[in-house]
Design a protein around this ligand. Structure first.
Ligand code: AMP
Ligand code: GLY
Length: 427
């Protein structure tokens, strides 16, 4: 082993970053994990700093001052802002794609053209930056129709429109800059796809990759997948929805052509490629690419890895060939997100979290929208905490996750009680 006594700096402040920091800290190669800017839980567990995720030069300086061996970038915004490019320019190793690779998440219009060019299955679409051709195209679409802001919109830029009027208004609001600012100045109008969704996470280095267990997110705020879309109210892995045979097919039809296409475009993709798939009657289609780990999917995927995460992150960051095989535990994981009542609309902040056990009986509590204030941990976001259960079966994982969810206490605590319902209805 050449890599020893490593110092790792994790960039971000959510449940994903709390999980990444914990998993990196378990590696025998790692001496210390630091985080910036962190949250109320991360900052109690790890050395933290106040440099923000959008401060490229501040992060470069911090990594130099702290003699960091590897920077792991959590969220998409700094990746799209070229943080990895800035770090690499100074000779600092960083996990995550450069700005060219991050366009796969930063521009849905670019991604749709990329998918079309390389014949990768996706919904029929048109990209528009002018109102009148967009409205004309809408006339040719069937309802419901999907209107998307092309740029980053924190998961909120997708509207599934049931009527033509709604779709026209969405297009006009986006293109005028009214609803999503710069991110909406270009729109994608897309065919509605019907089916179940699943997420495939890959750790990539050029055309080589390792695939993580398939997971399923729960995007709707309400029980039975009703109500508004959120960043994710819970997730579990692995899912039996995708068999090993199906996964091989997706690798053949989607993963390999994507990585080969990126190479042909001159992009040496390193980092996480998160492929959001819709499993339709006519096969799996790409809904979206993200260029970072999902949140809350990370909370259930990384704990299932039996091999050393840090070794994989280093191989990817260095552009080395990824191993042909990685080992996963023969276990299941579930995360139940504890949100503030009202989310994704407005919700209270600053509530004292009176009960927040770090762990109980194979369940851990992951911090997301929390903050330390006057020695207490208070709520500071819509998605506050994640209760993660691990078990030999998903039933066991669920029991543990919900036991933890019940043990936590803050006034506006809200969580869905049916995480995993699709999986349980299959078995
Ligand atoms: P995206 O950010 O593009 O993944 O979209 C967010 C969510 O909107 C997805 O996870 C889907 O639930 C839904 N969605 C996006 N595109 C479509 C589509 N073409 N058909 C049906 N649902 C979609
Ligand atoms: N949970 C969805 C995402 O991270 O994009």
């Amino acid at each position: 082993m050449t890599d020893q006594n490593l110092k790792i700096l994790v960039i971000g402040s959510g449940g994903r970053e709390h999980t990444i920091a914990k998993e990196c800290a378990r590696s025998p190669r790692v001496d210390q994990v630091m985080v910036t800017p962190g949250n109320g839980g991360i900052n109690r567990e790890f050395v933290s700093f106040t440099v923000g995720v959008e401060d490229n030069q501040g992060i470069v300086k911090l990594a130099q001052d702290q003699k960091i061996d590897l920077v792991v970038v959590g969220p998409e915004v700094p990746l799209c802002n070229g943080l990895v490019d800035a770090l690499n320019e100074q000779g600092i190793l960083a996990y995550g794609p450069d700005a060219a690779g991050a366009r796969l998440e930063g521009s849905k219009a670019y991604t749709k053209d990329f998918l079309a060019k390389y014949s990768i299955p996706t919904a029929a679409y048109g990209n528009f930056s002018e109102v009148s051709p967009a409205l004309q195209y809408l006339q040719t679409c069937q309802l419901p129709v999907v209107v998307k802001a092309s740029g980053l919109a924190a998961g909120k830029g997708v509207l599934i429109c049931e009527s033509m009027e709604e779709a026209q208004a969405a297009v006009e609001d986006m293109l005028s800059g009214e609803s999503f600012g710069e991110s909406g100045k270009e729109v994608v109008i897309e065919e509605f796809l019907d089916g179940e969704e699943a997420s495939l996470h890959l750790i990539c280095s050029g055309e080589s990759y390792v695939a993580m267990p398939m997971s399923q997110d729960h995007k709707k705020v309400g029980e039975g997948d009703t109500g508004l879309n959120t960043g994710g109210m819970g997730a579990y892995a692995p899912t039996s929805l995708v068999t090993p045979e199906m996964l091989s097919k997706y690798e053949e039809e989607i993963v390999r052509p994507t990585l080969a296409g990126l190479k042909a475009e001159g992009v040496n993709f390193r980092g996480t490629l998160y492929i959001g798939l819709m499993l339709t009657e006519t096969g799996a289609k790409v809904l979206e690419f993200n260029v970072r780990f999902g949140d809350p999917e990370t909370q259930v995927i990384l704990p299932l890895l039996a091999d050393d995460l840090v070794e994989l992150l280093l191989q990817s960051a260095r552009g080395e060939r990824m191993p042909d095989k990685v080992a996963f535990k023969n276990e299941s994981a579930m995360v139940v997100v504890l949100a503030s009542k009202g989310y994704p609309g407005s919700y209270p902040k600053g509530e004292i979290i009176t009960e927040a056990p770090d762990s109980i009986d194979n369940a851990v509590l992951i911090h997301a929208g929390t903050q330390e204030k006057d020695g207490q941990v208070v709520t500071a976001g819509g998605r506050v905490l994640g209760a993660v259960g691990i078990g030999n079966t998903l039933v066991e994982a669920k029991e543990k996750a919900y036991k933890m969810a019940e043990a936590v206490n803050f006034e506006s605590k809200y969580f869905r009680s049916d995480i995993g319902h699709r999986e349980f209805s299959r078995s």
